[in-house]
Write a new protein. Structure first.
Length: 601
């Protein structure tokens, strides 16, 4: 009977439960996916590049766990606010507090378990696409990968069930302690307090000041290290709270005092609605702004690492392909490459020395890497420069076989080189027009070069001379951050937006009478709809803009890892705001359906 009543209660508030449900499903699905990647031993052992980013997936799980705990506890409290009138009615009809507590417990636990099951199924579907994603992003063949991971399923189930058990106990304990009258009148009781103007001004200045200090500290991470991060975290959190508790209310009061604006159409009503909401939504909007910054920051930095991989590869590899003993290599195998530059250097060697033709290096200077500055940069080295600079000769050694690197190097003129009675070999270096476009072919040719030169096959002789090797190393290091950033960004967005939606919808029933009264005195429905769009736009836009500010200043912390942290913001910002816009439009539609249900045209 209790289960039936709980299911009936869920059905009566199905629209509101679906908002919460979507965030829970997304959280549990991505949680499972991260754990599936991090605990699949056969997959990790057979893919050395991917195994190097296991800690990234574990880190993503920890971050998602913290945010999910806050989200579940917060969102469930909203659900109880929506249902408290129903529970009060049951108590008035004679239901015992113990039975009400059991019903609340079952209701909360049912939603949680169902969302976890559906989310785990979604996680399996997401994980099944990881094989292709990782193959494309890491450019390796993924072996022994299975989307169904029993250990990850068990861990996901246990984690979320524990969270919902805690939430169920909290909900049940809190609800039965409240008097029946307070439960019945909770939604009708205004909780807006008149603010002291001096204190409001102080909070406004404090909010701006705390944010300024926090943003400044983000630019000082390289000099102050952990102290800057701690100060930035504290001041930004305080500043965010005071922006909504002080700055927003101060701005709204200024706008209400501006008669040319406030008395136009329904602006005064909209401002009053916002003023009423902001004081009640302070903690919620602060949480949304911080989650927005985390979500957008994760997505931006993740995609930033993706753009960084080819840049770092290009900075550290002078040539796209190096062919040792190129005389044994069939030239037609290069036909599929879009070659920009193809240079061959003649070599002769004995037991102690490797000889090159100086004129060849003067005609086609060697491309080397200068590491003396803040960032590596390419330089051109002629034969004359190589002959005079012993250190510059290291750029030539980087292209050679292991046994050649240990020998002395001499640059001779053509006549002297031709007079040497030694076998001649060739070193061929190639640059293509588009490295990523020709990557698969370059990988095949690099593997063949290793096969043709047995000394390169030893792990002790591994070097980053070949560009594909450099690319694989950087790709293995940073692709995990890209992967984690994308999915964490989507998970945080789903939770913050659904949390804000739920908060707005939870107060919709108490707003019905206000819109009905305006309609009865002659206000057109189109004006009411416009007022709703403006009001909700502010509630969505302000935490979003504040989150953007947090991200723009927060990117300063990644200047050492990313060469251009602000170089390509259009893509992540466009993706994020498009998804955020969908949540806004959905909220407007749901809210309008509630408050304008009885409003005539």
């Amino acid at each position: 009977m209790l289960l039936k009543m709980s299911l009936t209660g869920i059905k009566s508030k199905l629209r509101d439960y679906l908002v919460l449900f979507s965030g829970l499903v997304m959280a549990s699905g991505i949680f499972y996916m991260f754990e599936s990647m991090a605990t699949n031993e056969a997959f990790l052992k057979s893919n050395s590049i991917i195994s190097s980013v296991v800690m990234i997936f574990h880190l993503g799980t920890v971050l998602l766990s913290i945010i999910t705990m806050v989200y579940i506890l917060y969102a469930n409290s909203f659900l109880m606010t929506m249902r408290q009138r129903d529970y009060a009615m049951f108590m008035m009809l004679g239901a015992k507090g113990r039975k009400i507590a059991q019903m609340i417990f079952l209701e909360t636990l049912f939603v949680g378990i169902f969302a976890t099951v559906v989310g785990s199924g979604l996680g399996i579907l997401l994980t099944s696409g990881v094989n292709q994603l990782l193959s494309e992003q890491l450019n390796v063949k993924v072996a022994h990968f299975s989307p169904v991971n029993t250990q990850a399923l068990l861990f996901t189930g246990v984690f979320f069930v524990i969270l919902f058990l805690i939430s169920a106990f909290i909900n049940a304990g809190t609800m039965i302690k409240k008097p029946i009258l307070s439960l019945l009148k909770a939604n009708d009781t205004p909780n807006v307090k008149k603010r002291n103007k001096a204190l409001l001004l102080l909070e406004t200045l404090g909010g701006i000041g705390f944010l300024a200090v926090g943003y400044f500290m983000m630019t000082q991470v390289m000099t102050l290290a952990m102290m800057a991060l701690v100060i930035a975290l504290i001041t930004i959190v305080l500043g965010t709270y005071l922006v909504f508790h002080g700055v927003m209310i101060f701005v709204l009061q200024v706008l209400k005092g501006t008669t040319n604006f406030s008395l136009k159409k329904l602006n005064n009503f909209t401002l009053s609605q916002l003023n009423f909401r902001i004081q009640d939504y302070t903690r919620m909007l602060s949480l949304v702004a911080m989650l927005f910054a985390l979500a957008l920051g994760a997505l931006t930095v993740g995609l930033g690492f993706r753009n960084e991989i080819p840049k770092m590869t290009e900075q550290n590899s002078p040539y796209d392909l190096i062919l040792n003993n190129a005389q044994n290599f069939a030239p037609e195998k290069l036909d599929d490459l879009a070659i920009k530059d193809n240079t061959t250097y003649d070599q002769k060697e004995n037991d102690t020395t490797v000889y090159y033709v100086k004129e060849q290096l003067n005609a086609h200077p060697l491309t080397g890497i200068d590491y003396t500055g803040n960032r590596p940069k390419k330089i051109q080295l002629t034969g004359d420069e190589l002959a005079q600079d012993v250190q510059a000769m290291d750029s030539l050694r980087e292209l050679e076989l292991p046994e050649q690197k240990q020998k002395e190097h001499q640059l001779l003129d053509e006549a002297q080189f031709a007079a040497l009675n030694l076998p001649e070999t060739k070193l061929q270096v190639i640059q293509v027009k588009d490295f990523l476009k020709d990557l698969s072919k370059l990988q095949e040719l690099t593997a063949e070069n290793v096969k043709n030169n047995p000394s390169l096959q030893s792990e002790d002789n591994f070097s980053l001379g070949q560009k594909v090797d450099t690319y694989n190393v950087f790709n293995g290091m940073f692709s995990g951050f890209e992967f984690m950033g994308f999915f964490l960004g989507i998970a945080f967005l789903a939770m913050l937006a659904s949390c804000l939606m739920f908060k707005i919808l939870s107060g919709a029933n108490s707003d019905v009478i206000r819109y009905s009264m305006l309609n009865k005195i002659g206000t057109r429905k189109s004006l009411l709809q416009k007022s709703i769009r403006k009001e909700l736009a502010v509630l969505f836009l302000v935490p979003g803009l504040l989150g953007v500010c947090h991200v723009l200043f927060g990117l300063q912390m990644f200047t050492t890892l990313l060469s251009e942290p602000y170089g390509d913001l259009l893509v992540p910002f466009s993706i994020f705001f498009f998804l955020y816009l969908i949540y806004y439009l959905l909220t407007v539609w749901l809210y309008s359906g509630i408050v304008l249900k009885k409003v005539r045209q």
